[in-house]
Design a protein around this ligand. Structure first.
Ligand code: 3H9
Length: 683
């Protein structure tokens, strides 16, 4: 059956697309739309047209799998949209789900747009390293104005239908359950209009736009857009729309689109798009594995981690019982959660009602017994094996038989923790990243005895709370922190060579990380794992703790911090580091930025390859997803494994060899060596 069908409702021709899963605008859809428009124009009884989609969504964009392999012989998207827009019979887009990218471009080509209230509309091309390539940057500002268009094309975030209606992108909100009927009625209502709006011909919203708007936007968003090519191209394209007639603007948009499509950043970001989806696919998990209902969650610990974890579920409308041992920290935890929500409300991102709604789902408690009815319990207590085992031993006696018992540990052996319960199949690692209410990454640790249901349910709940989940096997630090340790080790070694923290950090931020290892250490706190009694003054970060420099939290770590957290290099620390370097006899003055980068990143690639060899990660692209979402690896490079491929694995192996004296205990992965020898990548 054709993916595009038509049917008549009196003088209205309804065109329906049915191209699961997301009605991507592949060749068959494009050809079908043009044929259906020809049918509408050829038939005198048809006075108006409605375009809608079956399934879960309106067109979610161009078919990304076609990029780089154009389907010969079929019409392109611009032809489809031009056919719709130039139709003398009015065309109404009837939108549900998400009208994204090329999908919104089709809707903008229609004369009118109606949408159900739950729909979302956006131009997410920048997230794929692109700009809209079918007139989106030219029509959108003409319809909604430059100020509303710029955030949409540069962030790629979709906006809800209600907001779209308020800026003129949607003409009418219609019934959630009566989209086609309401759209047909709307279409009938416009038949007699003297003329119909043509987006590409409009100038009312863009007339008189000065270039100051664009420079101001660039300035305000400089930090967010740093390193990415596509947003700047999108700003340029919108500016073109304000300066040139549409007929000139369209090819100019194309001229900006084409090099992005052929470029390295888009290849990397498209790799990540598919990598995120592949991460949901789990080896050895039967498709019919039962997903357990999660109606109530328990969280043990009301500190930064416990509170952050709790917020994820409250925000998703799932009640949480949060347990602490004493009243004061419990009260502090509840107050922090409220404050976080209120801050978000103050920024206008949620309403005061939503704050109260979330808080009403929270039950603070001082008793583990109150977790008896929870379907999922997550502990976020102190990172010590004995304490974890004690908690799970108690939970074993308290929790209902079907409950999933999860540890938020970032290092400890899940298999050993599982020995403290009589139900190891219920035990799983759910490693949230701090701040847990903000960071999208979730490392799901599958123990040797973790049951299929516990795993499948954890992946499902991760999606419900908006996380990107990656499955890891058990080893010290799992995927994420084990790879990070390889970088930290080199960072510390560099200090002993007299390379100062600000230089190491700068090399990584130039590469695209939001912060370097020493900025990160200051943020986390230098005193993690440090006590006065066990301090080792030969380690620089412990020596800093001994001097009362505990990190950002007390204004002094590797850097000095002002009250507003502004960071400046510390003379005291730098003198100490150079002193360490002199005493160690390792001080060097000939280190290049290139060496710093190679020594920080290549051991990470090697550790990741070892992790693949040991089957701790299911696939290389999972590691990319984890590093981009959990550790700030710049997404425009595709993540560590994709990036290593773009460098050439032979270069990575050669680099590891070149600096071999800096990591005497490093064993180079066989997988990495073999792939390098064969000229392969990890893709
Ligand atoms: C564009 O439009 C360029 C134009 O301006 C110019 C052209 C000239 N194509 O995400 P899900 C697959 S660029 C092909 O799990 P959800 C996806 O891989 C495009 N395939 O579902 C997955 O496959 P599998 C601009 C696509 O409900 C399956 O569909 N548009 C596409 O969580 C389900 O996806 C975008 O960037 C596609 N466009 O979320 C929108 N989209 O099952 C990208 C999805 O084999 N898409 N697939 O793993 C999305 O953001 C989400 O998929 C969406 C649904 C929100 C729609």
């Amino acid at each position: 059956m054709s993916v595009i069908t038509t049917h008549r409702d009196g003088e209205v021709l309804v065109i329906v697309s049915d191209n699961p899963p997301v009605n991507a605008l592949g060749a068959a859809v494009r050809d079908g739309l043009v044929a259906a428009m020809d049918e509408a124009l050829a038939n005198d009884d048809v006075k108006t047209v409605v375009i809608r989609c079956d399934g879960r969504t309106f067109f979610a964009g161009a078919d990304i799998t076609e990029f780089g392999n154009p389907k010969a012989g079929s019409v392109d998207l611009n032809t489809v949209i031009n056919t719709i827009e130039s139709s003398p019979k009015p065309v109404v887009a009837a939108i549900h789900g998400t009208a994204l990218g090329g999908g919104l471009e089709v809707a903008l080509g229609c004369h009118y747009r109606v949408a159900v209230p739950s729909a979302k509309l956006g131009l997410p091309e920048v997230k794929l390293g692109l700009i809209p390539g079918a007139g989106g940057t030219q029509r959108l500002p003409r319809v909604v104005g430059v100020e509303a268009a710029l955030p949409m094309v540069t962030s790629g975030d979709p906006i809800p239908a209600k907001l779209a209606a308020s800026i003129g992108l949607v003409d009418k909100l219609v019934g959630e359950g009566s989209l086609e009927a309401d759209a047909v009625e709307f279409a009938r209502g416009v038949i007699g209009n003297a003329s119909h709006p043509v987006s590409s011909a409009r100038t009312d919203k863009i007339a008189g736009t000065g270039s100051g708007v664009f420079d101001a936007f660039r300035k305000t968003n400089a930090r967010r857009l740093k390193g990415f090519d596509a947003p700047e191209a999108a700003i340029k394209a919108v500016e073109i729309a304000t300066k040139h007639p549409f007929a000139q603007g369209l090819p100019m948009e194309r001229a900006l689109f084409e090099p992005l499509l052929a470029g390295a950043q888009s290849a990397a970001l498209r790799h990540l798009f598919f990598a995120e989806r592949a991460a949901n696919k789990i080896d050895n998990l039967p498709a019919d594995t039962p997903i357990l209902p999660i109606a109530r969650v328990g969280v043990i610990g009301a500190g930064t981690m416990g509170g952050g974890i709790t917020m994820n579920f409250l925000s998703a409308g799932i009640p949480v019982t949060m347990v602490e041992r004493e009243q004061a920290p419990l009260d502090r935890g509840v107050a922090t959660i409220r404050k976080n929500y209120e801050n978000t409300a103050a920024k206008g991102r949620i309403t005061a009602d939503q704050v109260e709604q979330a808080m009403s789902l929270l039950t603070p408690s001082l008793s583990l017994e109150d977790l008896a009815q929870c379907d999922l319990v997550i502990e976020a207590v102190f990172e010590l094996m004995e304490i974890k085992k004690d908690v799970f031993g108690k939970l074993d006696a308290i929790c209902k038989p079907s409950a999933i018992l999860a540890s938020n540990t970032s290092y400890l052996d899940i298999n050993e923790i599982a020995t403290s319960t009589s139900r190891p199949e219920a035990l799983i690692g759910l490693h949230f990243f701090s701040p847990a209410n903000v960071m999208r990454m979730l490392e799901v640790v599958r123990g040797a005895k973790t049951g299929a249901s516990a795993l499948a349910t954890s992946m499902k709940i991760a999606k419900t709370i908006g996380k990107v989940a990656v499955v890891a096997g058990v080893c010290h630090g799992f995927i994420g922190n084990r790879i990070l340790a390889a970088r930290q080790k080199q960072g510390e070694a560099m200090l002993l060579e007299g390379i100062l923290p600000e230089r190491v950090d700068r090399v990584l931020t130039d590469f695209g990380f939001p912060m370097g290892p020493f900025q990160m250490a200051d943020l986390a706190g230098l005193d993690i794992g440090w006590t006065k009694e066990t301090s080792d003054p030969t380690r620089i970060n412990y020596a800093l703790c001994e001097r009362g420099r505990l990190g950002q939290k007390n204004g002094a770590g590797f850097y000095d911090y002002a009250a507003d957290r502004t960071r400046t290099p510390s003379d005291e620390v730098n003198a100490l580091i150079l002193d360490f370097a002199d005493k160690s006899g390792l001080r060097r003055s000939d280190v290049s930025d290139e060496e710093i980068l190679e020594r920080l990143l290549y051991p990470m690639i090697n550790e990741a390859a070892l992790i693949l060899e040991e089957h701790i990660a299911q696939r290389a692209s999972d590691i990319d997803v984890m590093y981009v979402h959990g550790y700030g690896w710049p997404s425009f490079t595709g993540g560590p494994m994709f990036w290593a491929g773009t460098q050439g694995l032979d270069k990575v192996v050669a680099g590891l060899g070149k600096h071999a004296d800096k990591w005497p205990d490093l064993s180079i992965s066989k997988l990495l060596r073999d792939k390098a020898a064969k000229g392969e990548s990890f893709a």
